[in-house]
Design a protein around this ligand. Structure first.
Ligand SMILES: Nc1ncnc2c1ncn2[C@@H]1O[C@H](COP(=O)(O)OP(=O)(O)OP(=O)(O)O)[C@@H](O)[C@H]1O
Ligand SMILES: [Mg+2]
Length: 395
C-alpha cells in the first residue's frame, strides 16, 4: 500500500493520539509534576531498553501536564553531551526555542539579555552565548536561576517540568551526578519554594552508574522502569494503527505480528510500517505479514543493530547460524548443543568462533541458569534474529 498513507511512525516519538498503554507510569510521573506545583521537588529516572518508549512516555506526560496541570515542559535531548556546562546551555536554549509562540517567551529572552543570538538559515533558531563565567554562574546558581525564571512565568504557569533525555553520555560525569544531588538538596532545604520537576531519561545501566558515582542519588532518584508492552497492548496498538489507516487485518495476522514484536514499541512501528508498505490491498492476511517481516528485518538490521554486530553477520555462514539460533519463536535463549544440531557441517566448523565474536560484541551473553546456554542481553537482538528466520531458505 501507499507508504505515504502509513499510520506508523518509525523513528519518531509516539504521536499523542497513537500513544498506547503505560497508565501506571504516566500517573507516577504526573503525580511528581503535580507535587512540584505545590513546591515539592521531584526527580524521576525513566529507564528501560533502547526503543522501549522512554522518550515517548516523557513526551506524553509533558503534553498532559501542560494541558491540565498548568506546568511548562521542556524536553532536552542530550545525546552526545558529556559535561554539565554543555547540558545546562542546551537546557536553557531549548527552553528559549520551545517557547517562541508562548506568552512568556519575551520574559525568558529578557532573562538572558544580550546573551541570546539568532542563528540558522532564517535566524529562527536562538542560541545562547554563554561563556565560562556565565556557565559557572548557572552551574552554581541553577536553582536560583530556575526560581527567577519561574517568577517570570508565574502568571502563566505553576511549575517547570524539565526532561533531561538521553543522559547516557553524562552518566560518566561526577560533576553531573553531584550537581543532580545538590540541586535537590538545595531546593529541599531552601525557605523559598522552587516549583521544579526533573525527569532524567536513560538506560538502567546509566542510572546505576550515576548512583555509583553519587550514592545518595539512590535515595533521591525515583525510578520508573519501562517494561515491554503486554500482548494486549501490542494488539491494541496494531488494531488502532491499522484501523486509523482503514485497513482490515485478520486475527491470525495480528497474532503473528504480535509474536514478532515481542512487546518492543520500536519494532511495532517498523514491522507495522513494513507490512503496510508490502501489503497488496487493504485486506491484510498472514502472507502479507510474512512478507512484511522479511522487509522489516532488513530495515531493522541496518537501522537499529549496532554497526559492529551488523557487520559481523554479513557473511553467509554467520547469517545462517543467526537464523538457526532461534528455534522456538517464544524463546529468547538457546543452547549451544541444540544449535549445533541444527547446523550444517561447514557451519559447525565456525560455530565457536561465531559464539565468541557475538559474545564479545555484546549480542549474546552466557545464560547463568543453563549450562552451555546463551541469551540475548538486549531484547532487540533476540527479536531481530527471530525475525530473520521468517522466509529464510533452509540450507
Ligand atoms: N506508548 C507508545 N505508544 C505508541 N508508540 C510508542 C509508544 N512508546 C514508544 N512508541 C514508539 O516506539 C518507538 C521508540 O520509542 P522511543 O523513541 O520513545 O523509545 P526510547 O526508549 O526513548 O528509545 P531510545 O532508548 O532509543 O531513546 C518510536 O517509534 C515510538 O513512536
Ligand atoms: Mg529516547
Amino acid at each position: 500500500m501507499n507508504p505515504e498513507s502509513s499510520p506508523f511512525r518509525p523513528g519518531q516519538p509516539a504521536p499523542i493520539e497513537f500513544f498506547v498503554g503505560r497508565h501506571a507510569e504516566i500517573e507516577r510521573v504526573r503525580g511528581m509534576v503535580r507535587a512540584s506545583t505545590r513546591g515539592r521537588v521531584g526527580i524521576g529516572f525513566v529507564s528501560g531498553e533502547r526503543g522501549i518508549g522512554k522518550s515517548s512516555l516523557a513526551r506524553f506526560v509533558r503534553h498532559l501536564v501542560e494541558q491540565e496541570d498548568d506546568a511548562v515542559g521542556c524536553h532536552v535531548f542530550l545525546g552526545g553531551v558529556q559535561d554539565l556546562g554543555q547540558m545546562l546551555r542546551r537546557t536553557f536554549e531549548r527552553l528559549l526555542n520551545e517557547s517562541t509562540d508562548r506568552p512568556w517567551h519575551q520574559k525568558l529572552r529578557d532573562f538572558f539579555g544580550d546573551r541570546v543570538r539568532k542563528v540558522g538559515l532564517f535566524g529562527v533558531t536562538l542560541e545562547l552565548d554563554l561563556q565560562g563565567r556565565d556557565l559557572a554562574a548557572i552551574k552554581h546558581g541553577f536553582v536560583s536561576s530556575v526560581r527567577r525564571l519561574l517568577e517570570h512565568l508565574a502568571e502563566h504557569k505553576r511549575s517547570l517540568f524539565l526532561i533531561l533525555d538521553d543522559i547516557n553520555g553524562l552518566a560518566g560525569s561526577d560533576e553531573f551526578a553531584n550537581w543532580l544531588k545538590s540541586t535537590v538538596d538545595e531546593i529541599a532545604t531552601s525557605d523559598e519554594e522552587t516549583r521544579l520537576c526533573i525527569l532524567v531519561v536513560g538506560l538502567e545501566a546509566r542510572r546505576q552508574e550515576l548512583v555509583k558515582r553519587q550514592p545518595s542519588l539512590a535515595r533521591v532518584l525515583d525510578p520508573i522502569d519501562i517494561a515491554p508492552w503486554s500482548d494486549d497492548e501490542v494488539l491494541d496498538f496494531y488494531r488502532g494503527a491499522f484501523g486509523e489507516g482503514n485497513a482490515e487485518i485478520s486475527d491470525a495476522s495480528l497474532g503473528m505480528l504480535s509474536l514478532y514484536t515481542g512487546g518492543l514499541p520500536v519494532l511495532a512501528h517498523e514491522l507495522g510500517d513494513a507490512v503496510w508498505r508490502t501489503a497488496r490491498s487493504s485486506k491484510i492476511g498472514p502472507g502479507d505479514v510474512a512478507d512484511g517481516i522479511v522487509v522489516a528485518a532488513g530495515v531493522i538490521g541496518s537501522k537499529l543493530l549496532e554497526p559492529g554486530i551488523f557487520r559481523a553477520i554479513t557473511s553467509q555462514r554467520y547469517r545462517s547460524i543467526c537464523r538457526k539460533m532461534i528455534d522456538d519463536p517464544h524463546q529468547m535463549r538457546f543452547r549451544r548443543a541444540q544449535l549445533r544440531d541444527r547446523l550444517t557441517e561447514q557451519e559447525r566448523g565456525v560455530l565457536d568462533n561465531f559464539l565468541r565474536r557475538m559474545k564479545k560484541l555484546g549480542a549474546i551473553e552466557t545464560d547463568p541458569e543453563v549450562q552451555g546456554g546463551y541469551r540475548f542481553p538486549n531484547r532487540l537482538y533476540g527479536l531481530y534474529f527471530r525475525m530473520s528466520t521468517v522466509g529464510a531458505k533452509e540450507q
